[in-house]
Design a protein around this ligand. Sequence first.
Ligand code: UDP
Length: 322
Amino acid sequence: MPGTGEYDYLVTGGAGFIGSHLCELLLSRGNGVLVLDDLSTGSLSNLDGCSGREGFRLVVGSVLDEALTRGLVNQSRRVIHLAAAVGVENIIRQPVETIETNVRGTETVLMAAQATGVPVFIASTSEIYGKSENVPFREDGDIVLGATGRSRWSYACSKAVDEFLALAYWKDKGLPVVIGRLFNTVGPRQSGRYGMVLPRFMEQARTGRPLTVFGDGRQTRCFSLVHEIVDAIVSLSENPEAVGRVVNIGSTREIEILELAEKVRSISGSDSEIRLIPYDEAYPDDFEDMRRRVPDVTLLRELTGRVPEADVDAIIREILGS
Ligand code: UDP
């Protein structure tokens, strides 16, 4: 059954941190944007730059609502599915919601898209690589997850199921899907409430509290500015060559968390102390962290012609100025 296709894009999770930047980009290109968000971790204020603009509409509801999701997919020419449980701390606190939202939500979106053949971009995560030490991570590399007794891995595992399901829809039913594995994404409007390290450090520095570095602080991540990430998402979602592929989306600029804390403190001119907190005080549940997380971005560069480049100093300054 053909849909009405009156909106260029349906963005699930569009009121979240990444989603709201994505909506701003799409609107600035003149695209019509429909957002489905349950406002569980997203917020109306994230959409201040979108609300009231021509071609924009927000529907407050859940991707678990099949009839609603089907109706909205029918009105759209493409879907970018971002709605998911976010943040390691959040995930450990709410394991049932994490698994159900991630698995059933993606299934609902794929089923609805299949009914009209609408192309879908599925946001996955670098968390999928788990404890793999095969750095930099290539999309076809093994994933190495911990025991099911450790809740953290439920997130990676639920996203892996999403990827399997999306690829199955492509292989089995010909639904055009693209999967993007997002690495640590930061920028204006990101909340520290769900455990993310950079907004936390920024808030701690701003309020003169200790910057809480977990473990020895020698674990590394690669941080990308959200504007570059949403640009990559749109570019991949519109590229026929990306269909049926899994693509890392992130920066290769690797930094230790302790160095990140030092940069936040110096760039923001804060005199907060940096405090090392052992993992067993920081997280419950025999928490396991990954030591290094770096993407191989060969495929991203091949498909989009560019990769995220902003360095951490510039990112911190941008957040401070926002
Ligand atoms: N982290 C930290 N202090 C905090 C929050 C996080 O040292 O207040 C560490 C965390 O243990 C991890 C890294 O920073 O090693 C990135 O954590 P985040 O939750 O931002 O992302 P992810 O673990 O998903 O990469």
